[in-house]
Design a protein around this ligand. Structure first.
Ligand SMILES: [Cu+2]
Length: 403
């Protein structure tokens, strides 16, 4: 009785504290810069509430435990039949086992649709197939082992007059449960290895469109290889001013490279991405194409794939007019990591060609001569006028790049 009394006092104190805090929080919110403080108070209130709930639940369990102990002691003292804990535990085991299995099915049913839509790349179909086969196998094993585990605990619960059967060893059983998983896993690994090599070591790379994505905290810079389809070399020592990637522009292959504000790819054409990073390790992630590759400072990494579904087709497929393929960073690289998104548009070959025509190589932009503004009568321009004009043009490109 005294425990129950204590408990009720404690519970009312907890509720009183909770509501006082709510009232105080509401009062604080009425203040001037309450938005932030309010949110913080609310967070602490939630934490305090859960701690109180936990402590209260502990007390209730303790009280129930004590009461049961007292009941058991009286039954033994009076030589009555007590509680059959073996049966209770075995039944609870069975109930919890089946509830857990039901939970797994429910979860699949309720949130299975939140997975990514069908892959939008050639190799994506293969990797998804591998994933599905692995999933079917593991799910079957999961259901079978759980059924057996929980049912057997119930069937072979402790009972009076029942003795455990001593069964220490069976060679055949050991062979089966060693060989079957070994063979199944070997088959899975073999197909995984075949798929991996076909994706990571592609052939006929010559015709693949070359695109570079360089990560830095917290944005992407995209470079296309231009007409020669060769990405010019880079050197980190050249990074500065408007040369954000340190491209060696005295190299011919660099001079037709351009830096677009969106990634545009033609459908059903192979593209080879070259990845780099300027500060920490980032990770280029294009989930709809099933592409992910680390971006590592000081080295290039590559991923080659073929998009098979245009943005417009995917928009009608997922029934979302605003859908866009995105390049994300998938490595927690710092505070504004979430900002690292870049739109990818997959279009028809014709649209891609039209878009290409509108792209000006960075080097051409940098060196473009501005239209003659001075009237004919003006005396000859000073010798360094071109230099000044180039700087102006460079400023313009700098502004474009910063955007
Ligand atoms: Cu990042």
């Amino acid at each position: 009785m005294s425990i129950l009394k204590k408990l009720s006092i404690f519970a009312s104190a907890a509720i009183a504290t909770f509501y006082t805090n709510v009232a105080m929080a509401q009062a604080a919110e009425a203040g001037a810069d309450a938005a932030k403080a309010g949110a913080r108070t609310e967070m602490w209130l939630t934490v305090a509430f859960y701690i109180l709930m936990f402590v209260a639940a502990g007390f209730i369990l303790g009280v129930v435990g004590r009461a049961l102990k007292v009941y058991e002691l009286t039954t033994t003292a009076t030589k009555k039949k007590g509680i059959n804990w073996n049966s209770i535990n075995a039944t609870l085991f069975l109930v919890i086992g089946f509830l857990g299995l039901y939970g797994a099915f429910w979860e699949l049913n309720a949130h299975g649709g939140w997975l990514l839509p069908d892959p939008a790349s050639k190799h994506g179909v293969e990797t998804d197939n591998l994933l599905h086969v692995t999933f079917y196998i593991t799910f079957t094993v999961f259901v079978l082992t759980h059924l057996v585990l929980f049912t057997y605990v119930f069937l072979y619960r402790g009972r009076k007059n029942k003795r455990a059967y001593y069964y220490p060893h069976n060679d055949n059983l050991e062979k089966i449960w060693t060989l079957v998983p070994a063979v199944v896993l070997s088959i899975l690994v073999f197909f995984g290895w075949k798929t991996w090599t076909s994706i990571m070591y592609p052939e006929n790379l010559k015709d693949a469109i070359k695109v570079e994505a360089v990560a830095e905290q917290f944005k992407w810079t995209i470079r296309y290889a231009g007409k020669d389809n060769l990405l010019g070399p880079r050197n980190y020592r050249l990074i500065g001013g408007d040369n954000v990637l340190g491209v060696k522009f005295d190299d011919k292959t660099s001079q037709d490279d351009f830096f677009p504000q969106e990634i545009v790819l033609p459908v059903n054409k192979t593209v080879q991405f070259q990845f780099g990073a300027k500060d920490v390790i980032h990770s280029a992630y294009m989930p709809h194409f099933r592409v992910q590759m680390n971006c590592v400072p000081g080295m290039n990494t590559y991923f080659t794939f073929t998009p098979t579904v245009t943005t417009n087709e995917m928009r009608s497929k997922v029934n979302d007019a605003k859908f866009d393929y995105l390049l994300y960073c998938n490595k927690i690289c710092g505070a504004s990591h979430f900002n690292m998104k870049f739109v990818i548009k997959v279009v028809s070959e014709k649209e891609y060609r039209a878009w290409l025509k509108n792209q000006t190589p960075f080097w051409v932009k940098k060196n473009e001569k501005p239209a003659p503004a001075a009237p004919a009568e003006t005396p000859a321009a000073p010798a360094d006028s071109t230099k000044a004009d180039t700087t102006k043009a460079a400023d313009k490109t700098l502004a474009i790049n910063i955007k």
